[in-house]
Ligand binder design. Structure first.
Ligand code: ACO
Length: 311
């Protein structure tokens, strides 16, 4: 019987028919998706922290309102994704527990500090830019609830990317000091943004299988290359320089060549030793503890509203 179910599943994948929560699926497919979607949800939630750091210091009311909206969008993305993961049979409590206990991974990028206002521009341009590059293909992921959540998330991410680029464009057209601030932000965020795409294909344990299942449509290196190609032109428009002296157009490949990523740094950050890992987790733990009364009140309210069982 399992063989038959497996065949139905394989045929659906081959024919691009979405897998839905109640469909049979192989255990490893379920495990992979729970892993990826929950890590993705955690990234959205932890990703609010570096930017929230600048809400009170945004340089104008307009910038403040926009940043506030963007950070709220990230919260929404996290909640969507937790709901998508729940359709696979894991509970919200389990996922939150995995994050708060330090067991779960979230994107390496959010373990770097936001030192100046230009960092908010660089995050929008590069971090949300990298996120879109990686997430647009996920709108075609084989698991229905994940793919559908991605559609709206990507629309919002495009707005985030533009607001970041526009912050940098304004700084780059400003005073010498403002332009230097934009360059400094690019210098610090460039390499960590490339790391967001994950390890090289030959050292990525999950890529090959996830591509067979059509969860991933492109490999980590393919997406990283697309990102480098588009950023170069955008940096020219800003008039600032990507900090990589090996970055040159390769006529034969029709792509930019670029320098080697510091993989020691990457693995160190995902092991928990990045500049802000401890601070980020501590902020989440404290938010969770301080929110206990809200959860209790919501539960009490739900109990009150629940239909009484017939006596
Ligand atoms: N930061 C932290 N961990 C990472 C990163 C990263 N940048 N890249 C890879 N890893 C982890 C993987 O999660 C995996 O860990 P695990 O085996 O303990 O679960 C391990 O490194 C090996 O990597 P891969 O084999 O390449 O793993 P995978 O096939 O899952 O690819 C990727 C990684 C590309 C991040 C994929 O999971 C993905 O597309 N996720 C959805 C997008 C996402 O999570 N984006 C988050 C940042 S964007 C944002 O929140 C705004």
């Amino acid at each position: 019987a399992t063989e038959e179910l497996q065949k139905v599943f394989d045929d659906k994948i081959a024919e691009e028919i979405r897998i839905e929560p109640k469909d049979w699926m192989p255990d490893d497919y379920r495990k992979t998706l729970i892993r990826q979607i929950s890590q993705h949800a955690h990234s959205e939630i932890v990703g609010m922290l570096p930017e929230a750091n600048w809400i009170t210091r945004a340089p104008s009311l307009r910038r403040k309102a926009t940043l506030l909206a963007k950070v709220q969008d990230e919260a929404g993305h996290g909640l969507y994704l937790y709901s998508a993961a729940e359709t696979m049979g894991i509970t919200r409590e389990e996922m939150v527990d995995q994050l708060l206990s330090g067991k779960a991974k979230y994107s390496s990028i959010f373990n770097y500090p936001t030192l100046t206002w230009a960092d908010i521009g660089a995050i929008g341009w590069l971090v949300d830019g990298a996120a879109i590059m990686n997430q647009v293909p996920l709108c075609r992921a084989s698991y229905g609830p994940y793919a559908r959540a991605m559609v709206r998330i990507c629309k919002e991410e495009s707005f985030h990317q533009r607001q970041g680029f526009e912050i940098l464009l304004t700084l780059c057209k400003g005073s010498k000091e403002q332009k230097e601030m934009a360059q400094d932000a690019l210098n610090r965020w460039w390499w960590p943004s490339l790391m967001m795409f994950g390890p090289n294909d030959d050292t990525s344990p999950h890529t090959a299988q996830s591509m067979k299942w059509k969860i991933k449509r492109f490999s980590n290196d393919e997406l990283r290359q697309k990102f480098v190609d588009v950023c170069n032109e955008q940096a020219d428009i800003l008039g600032i320089t990507i900090p990589d002296d090996k970055l040159v157009w390769n006529e034969k490949r029709q792509h930019y060549d670029f320098g080697e990523i510091n993989w020691n740094e990457f693995f160190n950050v995902i092991k928990g030793n990045g500049p802000c890992n401890k601070e980020r987790l501590a902020a989440r733990v404290s938010a969770h503890e301080n929110g206990e009364w809200v959860r209790e009140a919501a539960l009490a309210y739900a109990r009150k509203k629940a239909p009484k069982s017939p006596s």
